[in-house]
Design a protein around this ligand. Structure first.
Ligand code: ATP
Ligand code: MG
Length: 364
């Protein structure tokens, strides 16, 4: 006769590969049911976008067959409860589990492109995702998401008028570009930009989100600092291109985030425009701007290397047309972004299982 204990005992031999502990110890096994030879249980993953889903499912089935009974008919239900390590008081962006700014030192390296496509990739895996465009002087999310000129609605939330993000392609999006007059903002000085940003952060109602991706303005100045010091960041993603100038600016951004008084965790580095593959030579990778720079940078700072993103024409076209490339099923661009987002959430889950996020209180 199969017992619950025997099943739990067997599953305690299945390791979560990234977290280095077994599923039972991690509290990931729920609702074990036995009916004769039929065994079913739920595995609660740390993210719906878990790239190890199938591997974990197979390992569970094998463990029951090996350690309980090879006749058992095993049903594994996979669910997810995205983890968080927020330890602030939750005043700001309540209900948002993980806040991930996309940063670069240099402009034009593909932050917005990466932010938009990663947000959509995560949503396609079943996560609840928000995308916040915090680039006051050059907001590109409205064009990339095809929401230019839209007027966000307002809603009363606990007696306060809040801005409701625009829902499109399965994510919630809000750009500061939809709220302010860009021509006006051009002449704003640092403090004005910072105060507009703070208001933007407090006045948008995101609801429950697993991940909020923030498209940051380029550079490493006051505005970037205000942002990462205002919101309880889970970890930043640093985007660079292989060129020496971009890498050197990315280093500056990393050094800034790592300053003891700033201390923003970094989830890893993405190298954009890493190589080019002509359609007629799909096996060839041409590293036009040099190879391995971002990876070396990651190693130098002991940061995870999330991956490289090739130069693909459809990525640029998707950005210009408001239909991001990751939505194009079966395309190389989609594949590349799905891989990057899988690597990213793995790093988030690992981080959430370890050290708590740095809490930095809102400064006024
Ligand atoms: N991997 C890629 N393949 C092809 N084109 C790309 C790729 N990444 C970015 N681009 C294109 O490069 C241009 C700059 O990208 P993007 O606007 O995302 O950069 P950014 O870092 O956000 O710039 P800014 O600093 O101005 O905010 C865009 O036209 C975008 O479509
Ligand atoms: Mg941008």
């Amino acid at each position: 006769m199969i017992t619950q204990d025997a099943v739990m005992q067997a599953l305690s031999h299945v390791q979560e590969p990234d977290l280095g502990k077994d599923l039972v110890t991690l509290g990931m096994i729920k609702d074990v049911q036995i009916d004769g030879m039929a065994v079913s249980f739920t595995v609660e993953l740390t993210t719906p976008a878990c790239p190890l889903k199938e591997m974990i499912e197979k390992a569970c089935i094998n463990a029951v067959h090996l350690l309980v009974s090879k006749e058992a008919q095993v049903t594994v239900n996979l669910t997810a409860r995205t983890t968080t390590r927020r330890s602030d008081n939750g005043d700001l962006l309540p209900g948002v589990k993980n806040i991930i700014p996309v940063i670069s030192g240099k402009g034009g390296v593909g932050k917005s492109t990466v932010a938009v496509n990663l947000a959509l990739a995560l949503a396609q895996e079943g996560a609840k995702v928000g995308l916040m465009d915090a680039d006051i002087h050059g907001p590109s999310v409205p064009i990339m998401m095809g929401i230019r000129g839209e007027r966000p609605r307002m809603m009363d939330v606990n007696g306060k008028g809040m801005i409701i993000p625009i829902e499109k392609y399965g994510i919630k999006t809000m750009s500061i570009g939809l709220l302010i007059d860009e021509k006006q903002a051009v002449i704003w000085r640092g403090p004005q930009v910072s105060s507009a940003l703070k208001q933007f952060i407090t006045d948008v109602y995101w609801g429950e989100l697993d991940y909020l991706i923030i498209d940051m303005p380029p550079g490493t100045g006051d505005v970037q600092l205000t942002l990462v010091q205002t919101v309880p960041v889970t970890g930043a993603v640093v985007v660079s291109t292989p060129q020496a100038v971009a890498a050197s600016d990315a280093r500056k951004a990393i050094v800034m985030l790592k300053q003891p008084q700033i201390n923003v965790p970094i989830l890893g580095v993405i190298e954009n425009m890493a190589y080019f593959t002509p359609a007629e030579l799909p096996e060839n990778k041409y590293y036009l701007f040099g190879q391995g720079g971002a990876q070396q940078m990651a190693e130098q700072f002991e940061l995870p290397f999330i991956g490289e993103l090739p130069i693909i024409q459809s990525i640029r076209e998707g950005g210009d047309s408001g239909m991001p490339a990751v939505l194009d099923g079966g395309s190389p661009a989609r594949e590349a972004f799905m891989e990057l987002s899988a690597a990213l959430v793995r790093n988030v889950s690992i981080r959430n299982a370890g050290t708590p996020t740095q809490v930095v209180q809102m400064q006024s």
